[in-house]
Design a protein around this ligand. Structure first.
Ligand code: FAD
Length: 268
């Protein structure tokens, strides 16, 4: 909440108020405490554990030169900005890859940091009635365009262009279809003239998933989401519950609060 969602969408004061309210109810919060071993928590005398660890790993583009200087993942970018780190995009051109809400947030934050131009390249269509429409909400797309965002729909990233290991542009490829007849993500591409966009920074916003290496004893699904009983949110490990993005994949605040309440009932 604090490090992903930009201030203009969710003011930190609101987050602080909610945290104070939870503390007043008697919850003790330990920050800067990464948990690596669930057994250690049970050894401290706790009877149940709720895993609400979210989706912390950014999906990679898997195209040439992704490791170049100037490529940054949207979560890392927003985390830096939300932590108060001074990033200047001043006279630089940023390209955001992705068509969802996180991509739009990264693009709008780039514009607000003063980037000279911000381009958004996405597989999806700008036609919001299409089956292949952009995933971001209509209103946020319109607001971003009003702020100056240039959207390049129906394009995929093909290659990051570099000079001396530093980003200088993005070569694209035409995307003819994003989802199959069953609505599954199955992008199809076609050869043909597609633009190359000059850029100093490429922000990758093509999705997140739970960390691969965490809590090996917990049963996981295809993108490392934790498997739970849909009613109790209990995992395969006795006394361990899970909910929120780490179970559903990236969702929204209301859905994860609902999961927290649902798990609390089971734990009780
Ligand atoms: C850029 C962006 C914009 C968004 N905008 C909106 C919006 O406008 N409206 C909306 O409803 N939703 C929005 N969302 C989605 C929303 O933020 C998430 O759905 C929600 O925060 C998920 O909550 P969660 O508790 O499951 O996980 P998270 O909020 O990701 O929290 C997980 C927490 O677990 C901690 N953690 C992870 N691993 C460990 C470990 N091993 N030990 C200890 N702690 C650990 C993390 O540090 C983090 O504090 C946005 C998301 C992003 C990224």
């Amino acid at each position: 909440l604090r490090y992903g969602i930009p201030e203009y969408r969710l003011p930190k004061e609101i987050v602080d108020n909610d945290i104070s309210y939870i503390q007043e109810l008697g919850v003790e919060i330990q920050t800067n405490t990464p948990v690596k071993d669930l057994g250690e928590i049970f050894n401290q005398g706790y009877k149940a554990i709720f895993l609400g660890i979210g989706c912390q790993e950014s999906m990679k583009l898997r195209i040439p030169n992704e490791e170049a200087k100037g490529v940054i993942y949207a979560l890392d970018f927003l985390r830096l900005v939300n932590s108060g780190v001074k990033i200047s995009l001043g006279d630089r051109v940023a390209v955001v890859v992705g068509g969802g809400s996180v991509a739009i947030d990264a693009a709008r934050v780039s514009l607000r940091l003063g980037a000279k131009e911000v381009h958004l390249v996405c597989l999806e269509s700008r036609d919001l009635s299409s089956k292949d429409r952009m995933l971001a909400q209509d209103r946020e797309i319109a607001e971003a365009e009003d702020e100056g965002l240039i959207i390049h729909p129906c394009l995929g990233p093909k290659q990051i262009l570099t000079k001396e290991a530093k980003v200088v542009g993005l070569k694209t490829i035409i995307c003819t279809s994003v989802r199959d007849v069953n609505g599954r993500f199955a992008p199809r591409f076609a050869e043909g003239p597609a633009p190359t966009i000059e850029a100093d920074t490429i922000i990758v916003a093509t999705g997140q998933r739970p960390s691969k290496v965490i809590f090996k004893e917990i049963e996981k699904g295809p993108i490392q989401t934790i498997k739970v009983d849909p009613t109790t949110l209990h995992t395969n490990v006795e006394g361990v519950f899970a909910g929120g993005d780490v179970v559903s994949g990236p969702a929204d605040v209301i859905a994860v609060i609902t999961a927290g309440k649902q798990a609390a009932i089971s734990i009780d």
